[in-house]
Design a protein around this ligand. Sequence first.
Ligand code: BES
Ligand code: ZN
Ligand code: ZN
Length: 458
Amino acid sequence: MKIKVVDLNPERIKTKLLAIPLKDKKEKIDIIKDKKYLAERVIKIGIKEFDSENLRKFGARAINYAKDFELDEITIVFPNVKNVQEASQALTEGILLGSYEFKKFKTKKEDKPVKQVNFVAKNLKKIKKGIQVGEIISKYVSLARDLVNDPANHVTPDAFADRISEISKRNKLKVKVYGEKEIEKMGMGCFLGVAQGTRKEPRLVVIEYRGNKKKDLYALVGKGVTFDSGGISLKPSQGMHEMKGDMSGAAAVTCAINAIAELKLPINIIAVVPCVENMPGGNAMKPGDVLKSMSGKTVEVINTDAEGRLALADAIYFVAKKKPKAIIDIATLTGACVVALGYNVAGLVGNDEKLLNSIFKAGEKTNERVWKLPLYEEYSKAIKSDIADIKNIGYDNGAAGPLTAAAFLKEFVGKTSWAHIDMAGTFWAKTNKDYFKKGATGWGVRLFVELFRSFSVK
Ligand code: BES
Ligand code: ZN
Ligand code: ZN
């Protein structure tokens, strides 16, 4: 799809569909017949506010309207706003993400896509810049969605590593993929414990972006469980297919670092993702097993379904040794986080208020919202093991699930400034809504791009 901007009088534009945003409390579409327009059809779309989130929604509604009527071209009257570039970016995101589809496995591709979108506006330069930024971001949110929607027999740990490596190398990023032998050599016993139950080899993917050599290095760590069956602590079958998306954290950080590289933000990032499948094979880890982490700490596995924290523990420790200014990890970590916060907000914990505040702000700005939860020392007490240093779950009844999980991760960050994002509720959309399609949301990419944009202007 091509998005461009033209400086013309909306009334004089020959287009198949002219969409006009209208500030209105009622969110509705009015089809109007008015001789003063040369357009074949004119619709007015009521939107609450001309802020970024509502403009993303507006973009999605306009494009989906055009698609429903099989129009290959549409013109949008650019809204009258203060921050033109930001609005243009949001509108572009809404259009591109709103028309996202995952058609890879459909044998009949009868779709008639919209090919051309025109904005009519005055401030061409800023709008062009906004389109450009919005296009880059949407490309990587869509890639994250693709990786999550693509099933686990296609996105195996090595396939994930290959696919993201290829893309990252094209963006001139430094990429290193560690195989099973190397993971063993580094002593990542917790990560390997998860890999035991499957015939698929694990991978540790490390991607580095240097946008400004003189500045600090930030670390991102994403959970890359390409399928989570629960292992020997097998999950119930209902909804289990969604666990192909248990690598959404890995998709978020690897797609974000590529977006940031393409946007050329003056900042340095290292992204680390442990890719592994959690299966109940004959050699699988068992409840009661004790694993030795790379840090040397021993871990008693009480529940093999609490596998994400095992893989993350070694990945976090690995990157902490590089002394980054801060580590941010992101994971579809606990069902209990969905119980606490639902499907539109992710959980946030950490040891550095300033870092947490920056993430919160980026969340408000992108509408990929996070909400802070406490990390008191009782949660750390709850993961003490009788026979090892720590155990991989807290209370038997699942109390404070997201926080005992976070307390577990905290054991591996040392003194590094750290934040943890639990995206178990936000990685998946139950229905088509606004600029989301049923399935993967690509959540986290926009959040990280905005966070690092805010860091790079400081
Ligand atoms: N991947 C799941 C968490 C999850 C659940 C993500 C639902 C997205 C939607 C994770 O590995 C898991 O199974 N966690 C357990 C932890 C428990 C055993 C302490 C859970 O949430 O039940
Ligand atoms: Zn699990
Ligand atoms: Zn999991």
